[in-house]
Design a protein around this ligand. Structure first.
Ligand code: G6Q
Length: 551
């Protein structure tokens, strides 16, 4: 390692604020939430923050006021304010790809000016939004006719990764606001099962495919797009049908045209929108078609409200900053490896999967922007399921296992589906879980209940399990926008402190290259000459043998 690299590596852990946090951890790392709450009766009301209608209770974290002060110092020492401005001003902060990172421009109002390479991009953003609005209204009103003159009412989004997870999550999250007469399906996996199951009950005459691919070269999406075209043409029998049954969301007009899609029916976006940050760009075309342009715009208003809060609020009151710093506190000082995201709303069932990509593809990096290996932990594993389902599966480990798992609980004060007592029961469970995780149940309390001697240790809840609780009034398009922007910016804050490039994803490349090499080895009729390691060679041979045996 060169001298300069060594210097870069140590920068973060040598910072006074980092060292102060390490010292502070020695003092409070083992302090129990029970005593923190006992010492300050106002803690539960005090350690909260509210912005844009999202209420964050972070009092059930293993922190004191001093912790927040030190974490904020760290953010300052890492020039977080400048990092935020660099993003908002469109500097090329995605260093390894030489790109600006401007998903915030996707929700900028028409009046705003954001210049990239000398061009104001806001008019382009709104031109695409307007074009999406016209298209989606035509589909929603039954004016978009298929090749045989029937209105389309089944919309299939074909895309993967950032071109799938956002659209699926948003469709599920906002189903309540969707036009129920339309059917939406999402095909992402190259496994033919995904396409088959998504289309088996659809009528090609009434089906419209949105091929969503920034590059329009992604192997899985192109395979599914070609299968979709063959599926449609086998029923419609004419190349001309492609123009009526396929539209594209892409930055690659020439590949879109080559596929046979009229570029008039292509919805563009730009290299300054990363895949996992694109659900509010044209990649959200299926979302807009489902919920309508007005609701989509309301979602953008929500994003924007959080963007403004993030850019202007002091760090101590800044929701994305606070959440990022708290997560970093556990990740880098307590050695926690994962974060559980637990939405108490069935509509948010795909939210953890969406966050998984957002957080893990962004911050799963082991070298700094300058290319030096880090000597501290970067991005944690994100995972989760909606409550209360998770309570009956993995919460056991969070409560009584040996691992520290900070959790984000997300709940809404008003339900979209008021049925009997369901919502109170749901929310009671949310509050009860955070209470149980924080305070647990002592051995004395267990014994006082008359528990049999041998059973007592099993029934003890240690507590001291940290949680954030995020509450909003109701799940609306606007709230969803705020929630997503909250996590987007939180991920960015962490990446800025860890000095990594949160906007590239080189780690997905190697597997793709190797797969391309292996495909012909699986397909060839003649026995291929394999040059992999002995395990991979053996697996390929085993596969070929069994595959041959079945056919
Ligand atoms: C996200 C990644 C990745 C990407 C997919 C699909 O940030 O870049 O998940 O979205 O690989 O890429 P295309 O949209 O180009 O098909």
């Amino acid at each position: 390692m060169t001298k300069t690299r060594t210097a870069a590596v140590k920068t973060l852990t040598r910072r006074p604020a980092w060292k102060a946090l390490a010292e502070h951890y020695k003092k409070i790392g083992n302090v129990h939430l029970r005593s923190l709450f006992a010492d300050d009766p106002r803690r539960g009301a005090r350690l909260t923050a509210e912005a844009a209608g999202l209420y964050l209770d972070y009092s059930k974290n293993r922190i004191t006021d001093e912790t927040i002060r030190l974490l904020v110092n760290l953010a300052r020492e890492c020039n977080l304010r400048e990092c935020i401005e660099s993003m908002f001003e469109g500097r090329k902060i995605n260093v390894t790809e030489g790109r600006a990172v401007l998903h915030i421009a996707l929700r900028a109002p028409r009046s705003e000016k954001i210049v990239v390479d000398g061009v104001d991009i806001v008019p382009q953003v709104h031109a695409v939004l307007d074009k999406m609005a016209v298209f989606s209204e035509r589909v929603r009103n039954g004016e978009w006719l298929g090749y045989t003159g029937k209105p389309v009412h089944c919309i299939v989004n074909v895309g993967i990764g950032g071109s799938d997870l956002g659209p699926v999550m948003a469709y599920e999250a906002l189903k309540h606001y969707s036009k129920r007469a339309l059917t939406f399906r999402f095909v992402s996996n190259v496994d033919g099962t995904d396409f088959e199951e998504a289309t088996r009950d659809l009528n090609p005459e009434e089906t419209l495919f949105i091929i969503s691919s920034k590059t329009f070269t992604t192997l899985e999406t192109m395979a599914n797009a070609h299968t979709a075209r063959a599926w449609a043409l086998s029923a419609l029998h004419h190349q001309g049908a492609v123009a009526r049954h396929f539209v594209a969301v892409s930055t690659n007009a020439s590949e879109v045209a080559k596929f046979g899609i009229d570029t008039e029916n292509m919805f563009g976006f730009w290299d300054w929108v990363g895949g996992r940050y694109s659900m509010d760009s044209a990649i959200g075309l299926s979302t807009m078609t489902a919920i309508g342009p007005e609701n989509f715009r309301a979602m953008l208003v929500g994003f924007r409200a959080m963007d403004e809060h993030f850019r202007t609020a002091p760090f101590e009151k800044n929701l994305p900053v606070l959440m990022a710093l708290l997560s970093l506190w556990y990740n880098d000082f307590f050695g926690a490896e994962t974060v559980a995201v637990l939405p108490y709303d069935q509509y948010l069932k795909r939210f953890p999967a969406y966050l998984q990509q957002l957080a893990m593809e962004s911050n799963g990096k082991r070298v700094t922007v300058g290319g030096a290996a880090v000597n501290y932990q970067t991005g944690p594993v994100y995972w989760g399921e909606p409550g209360t389902n998770g309570q009956h599966s993995f919460y056991q480990l969070i409560h009584q296992g040996t691992k520290l798992i900070p959790c984000d609980f997300i709940g809404f004060c008003r339900t979209l589906n008021p049925i009997g007592r369901h919502h109170e029961v749901l929310m009671a469970n949310l509050f009860a879980q955070t209470e149980a995780l924080a305070f647990g149940k002592t051995e004395d309390e267990v014994r006082a209940e008359g528990t049999a001697e041998g059973l007592a240790p099993h029934r003890v809840f240690e507590g001291n399990r940290p949680t954030n609780t995020i509450l909003a009034e109701r799940l609306t398009p606007e709230t969803l926008g705020k929630l997503i922007a909250l996590y987007e910016h939180s991920v960015f804050v962490q990446g800025s402190i860890w000095q990594i490039d949160s906007f590239d994803q080189w780690g997905v490349e190697l597997g793709k290259v190797l797969a391309t090499r292996i495909i012909p080895e699986l397909e060839s009729v003649a026995e291929p000459r394999l040059k992999h390691d002995s395990s991979t060679n053996n697996l390929i041979r085993h596969y070929r043998k069994l595959k041959g045996g079945r056919s």
